[in-house]
Design a protein around this ligand. Structure first.
Ligand code: URA
Ligand code: SF4
Length: 197
């Protein structure tokens, strides 16, 4: 009950947030979704067109691919938390600005601290770079870091981070899609060994 309260509080703070310019162009805030008792978090980049309309994470084309990958890994959305580094959509889906990341990431920190996940799957460059910098680890690009498990100390928590490509990358390249599929197989093995699925 306590955990649920914190996540709701964070979501309501986000709803009225004006800490960066993105509040001016957003239609909805997208705080993220999932059980407060989730052991697994998936963190993407920022809401896109459909997420901005619906206020929910990963409901567009990339989300459809993510849903298929989750099913393959024996996961469903009601057992995980899915969110993004930024909680409002950058206009035209442009890359997040450093100033926006600085303004918004305290919300992600609070969500991680409330959930205390066993594993965080970072989808793409931005979430991976953020968690690596937070843990004071060298970030040398998603392509060289992806597909491996990193046991790190983050926000006073011991947590495993598993970076993979952003599902949107898998939409425009078959090769990238294959890479993501392989990574999710590895993830599924890890979750099995850990007794999480
Ligand atoms: N891309 C993201 O990074 N997050 C979403 O929620 C949707 C698309
Ligand atoms: Fe606030 Fe984050 Fe939205 Fe910027 S992106 S207005 S910091 S919730």
């Amino acid at each position: 009950m306590f955990k649920l309260g914190v996540l709701e509080e964070v979501a309501s703070e986000i709803k009225t947030c004006k800490k960066c310019e993105l509040w001016k162009t957003r239609r909805s805030t997208v705080p993220g979704e999932g059980g407060s008792d989730a052991k697994i978090m998936f963190i993407g980049e920022a809401p896109g067109y459909w997420e901005d309309i619906q206020g929910k994470p990963f409901v567009g084309a990339a989300g459809k691919l993510l849903d298929r990958l989750l099913t393959e890994a024996c996961l469903s959305r009601d057992r995980i938390f899915i969110g993004n580094v930024l909680k409002c959509r950058p206009p035209g889906n442009r890359d997040p600005l450093p100033s926006e990341l600085i303004a918004c990431t305290p919300y992600l920190d609070k969500q991680i601290q409330a959930i205390k996940p066993k594993i965080i799957v970072t989808l793409g460059n931005y979430s991976t770079a953020y968690l690596f910098s937070k843990a004071e680890l060298k970030f040398n690009g998603i392509s060289s870091l992806r597909g491996k498990f990193y046991k790190i100390k983050l926000l006073n928590l011991e947590v495993t981070v598993f970076p993979t490509l952003h599902p949107a990358a898998g939409l425009y390249s078959t090769r990238y899609r294959q890479v993501i599929i392989e990574d999710f197989k590895r993830l599924k093995e890890w979750l099995t060994v850990e007794g999480l699925i």
